[in-house]
Ligand binder design. Structure first.
Ligand SMILES: Cc1cc2nc3c(=O)[nH]c(=O)nc-3n(C[C@H](O)[C@H](O)[C@H](O)COP(=O)(O)OP(=O)(O)OC[C@H]3O[C@@H](n4cnc5c(N)ncnc54)[C@H](O)[C@@H]3O)c2cc1C
Length: 428
């Protein structure tokens, strides 16, 4: 049965009350549904789009691939079984992995069903969708963290001919008009998109922010493998040295492309990419940059070095026999420029890799911090029966990723099951 046929069959059912409703059918919502099924909890999954894996399918560029190794794809009951555990799935393979998961346990998903309001009264949640209103004893929000592309206001001051594309709408270099391209932001998306354009022979101007970087490999293994052995991915928000701030930290830039490699901006600059500090302001003629390029490049290198030093200590302490480091390092410092005229550089497009805002206004319950982030502890909120799953650092680094979302779903599955038993006894 394909996704939509399954949707129609479930949507036509007359039942409108469920023990649990999961909102969102990305990897987090599917993992949650699997665990609820394991716990024998009747439930429904409501999905805004008309497909599984809609964000991976529609909001990633053509050459996108995972940055995390395939072996970390550990959805509950469905660990990665492919032939390349140390490789990095490309976009179509990620979509296929999630579609196979859906086919594997056939979760009760209704597609094309955005939830427009969530309220609670007298122990009962009311879930209003564009099609129908449902009620539930418990609700799990699995809507991801990347809702609204964030593009700075200064973009409006720029010349009218400039084409603006957010990283979630960037597909390939051919999509952009002829001319030079500016990429703003060097988180994982910005650094990878800058490389994509650079490899295609486009002249790239890159505004470098304060994101850290990490080497892909060190002494014969992927850095992720070393860190996993060392227990890093078991660090919880409570035990993390940065505490709650870990939630807001920018991801380290590196790529899984072509089997995985470093993204070293100094090396890109040596090859002709033009680097600047952060983009400070723009007018109708000019762009203005901070004088932090050197500091930002140094910081990225310092973090990368700190990580390999940490691994080196582990290697020494455990007398591990590992080959010598063969990474290529560069201390190239590009010329510092703080102002650029649009027409001098012939910039015709800007790719804004400037992140996303969370949008949860439709949840009309007091479960948010003043900055709009969900207030929760390992997914459990202060409103009885309401949970989140899939948020970054909800419990550990892997909570917002393929690696550990399943573990969080198992944990919440137990809590939801216990709550259901207590409710049943109370109202029996
Ligand atoms: C550019 C990028 C690269 C990434 N790379 C990696 C990587 O290499 N490895 C890794 O492990 N992770 C990676 N991630 C992180 C993470 O794995 C993805 O963000 C993943 O999509 C999160 O899954 P999710 O199910 O939590 O959310 P999503 O995939 O965003 O799914 C949420 C679902 O909820 C639906 N929804 C939202 N609002 C509503 C509503 N009101 N009603 C009904 N449905 C709704 C959406 O349509 C969507 O299908 C990356 C993320 C980004 C943005």
């Amino acid at each position: 049965m394909n996704s939509i046929a399954n949707t129609d069959a479930i949507a036509e059912q007359k039942i409108t009350h469920y023990s649990a409703i999961v909102i969102g059918a990305g990897q987090a919502g599917l993992s949650m549904s699997y665990c609820l099924k394991e716990q024998g909890i009747d439930h429904l999954v409501l999905e805004k789009s008309n497909h599984i894996a809609s964000n991976w399918r529609n909001e990633r560029w053509d050459t996108f691939c995972l940055v995390t190794p395939n072996w970390q794809c550990q959805l509950p009951g469905f660990l990665y079984q492919g032939s390349d555990p140390h490789g990095f799935m490309v976009k179509d393979e990620i979509v296929e992995y999630l579609e196979s998961y859906y086919a594997f346990f056939k979760p009760p998903v209704i597609f094309n069903c955005p939830v427009i309001s969530l309220t609670k009264k007298d122990n009962l949640f009311t879930v209003v969708t564009a099609k129908k209103t449902y009620t539930a004893d418990q609700v799990i929000i699995a809507c991801g963290s990347y809702h609204e592309p964030s593009i700075p206001e200064m973009s409006k001051a720029m010349p009218a001919h400039i084409q603006h594309v957010h990283s979630n709408a960037y597909k390939n270099p051919q999509q952009l008009p002829d001319g030079e391209v500016m990429v703003v932001g060097t988180g994982q998306s910005g650094a990878q998109i800058a490389e994509d354009l650079h490899l295609a022979g486009r002249k790239v101007h890159l505004c470098v922010g304060n994101a850290p970087r990490v080497n892909r490999r060190y002494r014969g293994r992927d850095v992720v493998d070393w860190l996993d052995d060392m227990g890093y991915y078991q660090t919880t928000l409570e035990t993390h040295p940065d505490g709650k701030n870990a939630v807001h930290s920018t991801n380290h830039y590196v790529t899984g492309r072509d089997g995985g490699r470093d993204l070293n901006l100094r090396i890109f600059a040596e090859q002709g990419m033009k680097l600047y500090g952060h983009l400070k302001n723009a007018t109708g003629d000019s762009l203005f940059f901070g004088d932090d390029l050197k500091a930002n490049l140094d910081y990225a290198d310092e973090v990368a070095k700190r990580i390999v030093d940490y691994i080196e200590t582990h290697i020494q302490k455990n007398a591990i026999d590992a080959p010598a480091d063969d990474n290529i390092y560069s201390d190239y410092l590009p010329e510092i420029t703080t102002e650029l005229l649009f027409n001098v550089a012939n910039i015709t497009s800007i790719v804004w890799s400037t992140g996303f805002k969370m949008r949860f206004e439709w949840i009309k319950l007091p479960v948010f911090e003043s900055n709009g982030h969900p207030k929760q502890k390992r997914g459990v909120t202060d409103v009885d029966g309401l949970y989140f799953i899939g948020l970054n650092w909800m419990h550990t680094w892997g909570s917002g990723r393929f690696y550990q979302v399943g573990r969080d779903a198992e944990y919440l599955g137990e809590i939801i099951s216990t709550y259901a038993e207590v409710e049943q006894k109370t109202f029996a």
